[in-house]
Design a protein around this ligand. Structure first.
Ligand code: CA
Ligand code: CA
Length: 232
């Protein structure tokens, strides 16, 4: 008897049979397997997260976020440590924008999705802060075709970044990314994080630890490297 080996076989079958739970890929051809697991560590100290700002309530319907996607067979708020070999920035769950899912014929297609909720912006905490990790295993489109992630307020993008290889941060989470929302102090806003994929190929970006804080909108130099984020 080899119970350990048998157990592994059974687990393997279960994983393969889990369907939608494992229906996410980092590249178009299937599972991408890095050589090691990367454990991220969230910031210590005072937490000023927005409601479910770390996505720890898990996927809908428990989530405070309304999730919309072109890929109902796949869930995008979850624990992606085993898919990416990179843990969440904080806790276990985060939102994965972009990526690939499969259709009813089993064919892989690129994903466009978003998560949205109504958030009050305190008058004394009007800087949006978040972290992301990005990875595009597939080649960039030639020409670049508009694959991007974004943050929107009331349907208008206030931050965006192309999902191209030059913007990869893997295996690092980077941030805090700071966006000035002082125009909305004291108001309720519809806050959206999303990813738009064009054509057959796209990238992957995970978002976590979303706060509204007091402070400047200057981007810290640490952890930025060659990240090219587009502010507007
Ligand atoms: Ca989290
Ligand atoms: Ca594309």
């Amino acid at each position: 008897m080899k119970p350990a080996a048998c157990l592994a076989c059974v687990l393997g079958v279960l994983v393969l049979a889990s369907g939608p739970a494992g229906a996410a890929w980092l590249d178009r051809n299937g599972t991408w397997v890095p050589s090691e697991f990367h454990q991220a560590f969230g910031p210590a100290g005072e937490r000023t997260l927005i409601n479910d700002g770390s996505f720890e309530q898990g996927p809908p319907p428990a989530s405070a976020w309304t999730e919309v996607s072109n890929s109902p067979n796949c869930e995008w708020i979850g624990d992606w440590a085993s898919s990416w070999y990179l843990s969440s920035w904080d806790g276990y769950f985060d939102y994965w924008a972009g990526g690939y899912c499969y259709d009813d014929q089993g064919l892989i297609f690129p994903v466009t999705s978003s998560v949205t909720q109504v958030v009050p912006v305190p008058a004394d905490a009007t800087t949006l802060s978040f972290f992301y990790a990005s990875l595009r295993p597939d080649a960039d489109d030639n020409p670049i075709d508009g694959d991007h992630v974004y943050v929107a307020v009331n349907g208008v993008e206030v931050w965006s970044m192309q999902m191209i290889r030059a913007n990869d941060t893997y295996p690092s989470w980077v941030g805090p990314i700071l966006v000035d929302l002082s125009d909305y102090g004291g108001q309720e806003i519809t806050l959206t994080f999303g990813g738009v994929s064009e054509g057959d190929l796209t990238g992957n970006v995970r978002f976590d630890y979303i706060e509204l804080i007091a402070g400047s909108t200057a981007v810290p130099s640490s952890d930025w490297g060659s990240i090219k984020a587009l502010y507007r």
